[in-house]
Design a protein around this ligand. Sequence first.
Ligand SMILES: [Zn+2]
Length: 428
Amino acid sequence: MKYALFNNQRIIPTKNVNEAICPICGEVVIPKCGKIKIHHWAHKTSQNCDPWWENETEWHRKWKEHFPEDFQEYLMIDSNTGEKHIADIRTNKGFVIEFQHSSIKYEERQAREIFYKNMVWVVDAKKYYDKFKQALSSNSLLHCKTNKNYFYIKENYYDNKVNFLPRTWLESSVPVLFDFGVNDIINNDFDKQKGWLYCIFPEKYYEKYGFGTSYCGIYLRKEVFINKIVTENYFYPNIVLQELEINEQAAQIQRHKWEQEQLKQQREYHKKLLQTKYVNEKSWRNAIHDIRLAFENNIFKPLKIYITDDGKITDYSKKNIYNYSDFMILGTKSYEDIYKEKTYTKNELLLLIKYNERFIPALTTMPNNLLYILLDMKINFYIMKLDIIEYYSKYKIFPSDFDRIYSDFNVKNDLNYIFENFKQNRQS
Ligand SMILES: [Zn+2]
């Protein structure tokens, strides 16, 4: 504790003051003014009478000291039950901030939220910093497109053992502000993640918007947060959430536009398809037949290809870049798969790529929405270009420039054979 009562006054730990009492239990407390631990008042029986109290670190103390003294260590009493606890910060408007350094049990977190009601948590998140940085570089933390101060955390990334934020905090009923910083919270630290607080809202958006994201939040500079508490005595006005909602709606409209645009393109493709001329595809027909034979003899081994963050279509050797190569889709299949302990629908595509005058059978994956667009066409009768498309801020493979292949009875037969066999065979 930073404050004890002495002659009915709040007093900081002072040497030789031996009659100060604990504001909660009234027991005499001893000033501890050593060199190693921060100066504090201690109960004689080493145990603190407030079960929620955690030993203060420099991190606690520095945070508290950014607020007026009469906000700090405020004694709160439940008028019905008489239960007493010391809030780290309580403003004139009854708004509470609890600083939490060590991990906390779900039940205690909940009990404290029920007791203080109007509160936020500030969590010492230094230990999550490395994982957090990974999350930033992967796609598990997405920034709201219309306002980069808002972010979303994808649901399927938190629900596993490599959580970058503990679940107990994500399930909090009040906002939780993660402090990834160093002890000196306001300094000239230009490392963004350290100078900012990442605030997760309790509202879970996936209930409203079913596009696979759930937790959302805002990041704000520490000064902004402190300033808001000191001047306005609260944080988390509804306006923040309203703004977020408006932003999210705008993002949804954008997504809708994008989908409409895709449909339009699809119709144009169809139109174009009707006008395309048959190409000279003799070599293609031979390559298709070779694949059929490979299927029949159980020696079919397609190459796996994927797309890099900067939009290069490549295989695991990374030597060959297939962008804008001619290719055909010979088959598709969808099945339930598990990724990070969550099931999802995996769509695999079997491609035949023409690369340096060679024909390469290849496997790749495609998101549902894109695949639906393709499935509307007789996709396995066209030679196309391997192109990329921006899809939810990542690049995905999507064909362009359709040319029709002349399909006599034999080619049709081969194509249908491959299509059916690929679909049925899960381990290709
Ligand atoms: Zn006490």
